[in-house]
Every structure is written in structure tokens, then in C-alpha cells.
Write a protein that binds this ligand. Sequence first.
Ligand SMILES: [Zn+2]
Length: 369
Amino acid sequence: MKNPLQELVSVSQYFGRDKSFVLAGGGNTSYKTEDRMWIKASGISLASIKADGFVFLSRDRLKAISTKKYSDQALAREHEVKMDLNAAILDNSTLRPSVETSLHNAIGYRFVVHTHPTIVNAMLCSVKAKEQCLSLFGEKALFIPYTDPGYILFKKVEAEINNFEKKWGEIPKVIFLENHGVFVGADSVEEIHLIYTNLIQKIENNFVDQMPSLQTIFLNKDVLKVVINSHRGFEGLIAMGFKSDLVDLFVSDKKSFEKVEKSFTPDDIVYCKAYYLFVQKIELLKESVEEYHRSYGYLPKVIALKNIGVFSIEENEKSARTVWEVFENILKISFYSENFGGPHFLNERQIAFIDNWEVENYRREMNKV
Ligand SMILES: [Zn+2]
């Protein structure tokens, strides 16, 4: 017999290593028995995860989270839930379970693999997300309209799973989350792979235009210097610059850039911030950056310069690369979303929720030091 934990490690690494499924530490996976669950720990990357990267939990204690009464205040509630999640840990691991743990527990299949595939998100971040899901996958795939992440999302998905079970006598194997990604559950890893292959193929079959070349040119040091100099007063930043046929499509004028000017998913905000800056000409860089900083209270991580390219601005090269990878994915999603009525961004209230959540998480992390 195959060792299920070993299978969990392999399937996690398989999806984690493919950037068309997850970027920058996104996604999570789990394996469960009747009363126990192993879930990816928060902050561990799927690509390199080993058996010790999973947290081992009591499903009974997780189930108690579902019926307990928590604070009405978002931040207090998320903190209380986090404490209860920690209390469900069975081993003496110092790792923390993923924030989506309760959601995994509610999907009663042995294996659950949650990812943010570019192709699937092209549909889920489009104007016609809901109707496309229904027309391509029918009623047996669950579609969840965008909901703030954390406890509220878990309760929403749990309620929808219960309704589904009443109607169909089984739990959904595919759960689409609008402006986020997909959860796939099955009793075998083989079936997880099959379901994913089918999802990708069905959506891809609806693509009309071919993706422009992704071959990327790195912009030269002179222009990077100008970008960094436009951040006078802010020390310790580096810039990287990128240009490709896909980039050109969006940086030719303000109107084209509007199709990528905001974030599609919570992860976009975590890595790139929510709003992306378009600058008409190099002379306007400094005042545009200052204006952005005045409006949002932080600096832009992504700047597009008309007809020149896209810049990622960060504290080090590794983070600047991540910003670029996540933003290039935004470009791809926007391009493909045209097959489904065009791009659909998170709105300002949804963005503000993630911003506040992140700040709070960060503050808590800092408190630990
Ligand atoms: Zn996710």
C-alpha cells in the first residue's frame, strides 16, 4: 500500500513546482483520515515541502470551530480562530496550520489540493466568472462568489457544501472561488490530477487569441536608476525592469493599462500591493510616485512606464523578482479574461479588508520577535 503522507508530499511538490499553478508560496494541500488531518504549514512552500512541513490536527477540534461563536469584529475574530486552530494541533510542532485549514476540513475527501492556476483564474477573475463556470462545468462544480478570506469564507463554503450535499448526496470535488482559485478534493491523488487536467483543458478550449510572446528583456541600468531616483527620500530600494510582447500590449497607453491596474486576488495584494501605477513619460515619474504615496500611504511596487516597460520596486532582488512574477501573472490573467467578458478586479472594500488583515498579521509577527 502506498503511504498517503508520501503521496501528499509528492502531489504538493508537483503542483508547487509548476508556476502556472502557484506562485510565491501560494496554495495549500492536505490529507485526512476519519479523525485526523495533515495540512501544509503556513509559510512553507509547496515546491520544496517534506513530510515535516505539514501540521497534524484533530478533526474533532477543528469541527468545534464551525459552531463556536466568535467576535463580530473581523480582526478579533480572526485572532480567536487562529488560537483555536493552534489548539487543534496534535503533535508538538511549532509550525502553524494554513489559514485555510477549516476549509480543507469541510471538504470530506482524503486529499485536497488548493491552487491558483493562471488558466482557471482567467475565468474566475473575469466579468462572466459565474456563468462560465456553470456553462463549462455544470452544477456539480461549486462556484463561490468573492468572499473575504478567513473565517467568513470558511462559513460560506461550508454552508454551500452542505446545500450541495443535500441536493446531490455527495460533496463537491471542485470548488471555484471567485477572484481567488480552486479547491480540488478526491479520495486518490490520481483523481486529483485527472480533475485538474480536465479543468485546465476545458477552460483553455475557450481561448481564442494566442498569448503574445513572454520572452522577456531586462531593462538597462540607466532607466532603473531614473526609477530609483524618482523615489528620493526612500532609501534601500532596488528596481528591476521588464519588457516583452505581453508587457507592450498593456503599456502602450493609459486605456490598455486600465486592464491591469488593480489586483485580481488576495495574493496579488500580498506581493504587489493592490494598485499599479501607470506613468505617461519618464519626466513625470517622480511626481507620480509622490502622488501615489500621498493617496495610498505606501510606495508602488509596480510601475509601468508608457511604451518602455514594467518595473518592480522592492527592498532586494529576490522580492523584486517575486513582484514581477506575480504581476506578469496578472497580465496573463487579464489577457485570457478577454475570452470571458474581460477582467474583473477586487473592489475597494475587498482590497481594504486584505490590507488591514495583512497589517495586523505583520504586526503580530513583529511582536513575536
Ligand atoms: Zn488560496
